[in-house]
Ligand binder design. Sequence first.
Ligand code: NAD
Length: 487
Amino acid sequence: MEYTQFIDGALTTNTNRESWVNYNPADNNPLGTVYQANEEDIEAAVASSQKAFQIWRTRTGAERGRVLVKTAEILRSRLEKIALLETQDVGKPLSESLVVDVSSAADALEYFGGMAATIHGDFVDLKNAFGYTRPEPLGICAGIGAWNYPIQIAAWKAAPALACGNSMIFKPSELTPATALELAQAFMDAGASPGLFNVVQGDGRVGAMLTAHPGIAKISLTGSVATGKKIFAGAASQLKKVTLELGGKSPLIVFEDADIPNAVSAALLANFYTQGEVCSNGTRVFVQRKIYDSFLSQLRERTERIKVGDPADTDTQMGALISKAHLEKVIGFIDAGKAAGATLLTGGIRPEKDFKGRDIRFGNFLTPTIFTDCEDAMEICKEEIFGPVLCILCFDSEEEVIARANDSAYGLAAGVFTNDIKRGHRVIHQIQAGTCWINNYNITPIELPFGGYKQSGLGRENSLAAIQQYTQLKSVYVELGNVDAPY
Ligand code: NAD
């Protein structure tokens, strides 16, 4: 397989480019060769996107919406093919990619496709005059993606951008080049003009070229805080618009009156879904002292039953981490946790066989890991690990846990489990995080804004809030009387 650029409606064929091998995380066998976009490719992508933008911006919202909704239908009709590609690229279980990744991308296209015809400005009565506003598109928007949810990230950016009349150049992570190309083809098959959604492949250097290009009006990144800061700084010289969806170290707080089995379910979802490679994960699990032992024994028992193994088997519940290098990084955090005095309750092992006895030594597998006896200042409780590592922290009072939960440079997400309705809201209102759940975790419906406080990001994806991120407001004053000049 060759992963090239998708520019002006088709895959490019010129492979005289820097390239590297894309590996399947489940066995580290090669999947294909990725070709890094060069300057020539970026110029071609910008020229093609500019041409498509000039056509697309004149289309009515209803016309734009039809293309988006049709694209969603096409994705759903190719569900099995795209889900398998995603599983081979990311290492996540097929049981997830079949139900979440592709449908979440399609949900975004349907949601913003339906909304496209309703995007409008306001009328302002000014007595002898009136004013109105026009939400106008920005132009070419660049999307830059992380590797954990490749097609979902591409669609969460493309759907609102295109609904608002922009065109998009998307750069997937260098580790997951496959499914953005499927989305590009689906747009074409749905009747989009060539260039409306281009894909360029490559690493951070290509992202930096997009950020610096004067023909690109906006950058929307999903990635780490470090990359977010570089993009923000790079965009500043041209005061380019940015949306930054970054990392986190989110708290999940379980009060003593909570439904414990539900809270345990949420802690598992908040740490082991997609091998723990989820930005909003609740990796600091604060448990109130009275229920600490009972919560922990249920959590351990259910964690040890998680079926780790071949991601392509639909019985598998946890797959392989994205790369050998990332696996080493996660193991480094586990070693640091042990060295700092935390107790490794379970996991932290590279399994040789999966739950059906298959040899998985060559893949990037790690058993789901729980640390107890953690302290807030430990590295494992402060840094984003982005792997299946859960830290349990004990607390006594509401006031104490709020202060400890907020003691982080991040502010992406948070969860609270309690059966006291007043406490649930009271606590969440004091937590410094952009995306919060009461009595659940990691549910991200397209109807609700998603994004971070503090260093977890800028701007919001999903919901009506995304429209502001992809439009600029023009105010028009219309005089109905004479011009009152003192001269
Ligand atoms: P990363 O920051 O290393 O890379 C993200 C993307 O940025 C990649 O496409 C990469 O090629 C590109 N990039 C790297 N350097 C760049 C530069 N200087 N200029 C422009 N682009 C550049 O992140 P990752 O390892 O791919 O993903 C993991 C991170 O993403 C975690 O921190 C995770 O929390 C975060 N994430 C956030 C969300 C969210 O919605 N908030 C969702 C998923 C992942």
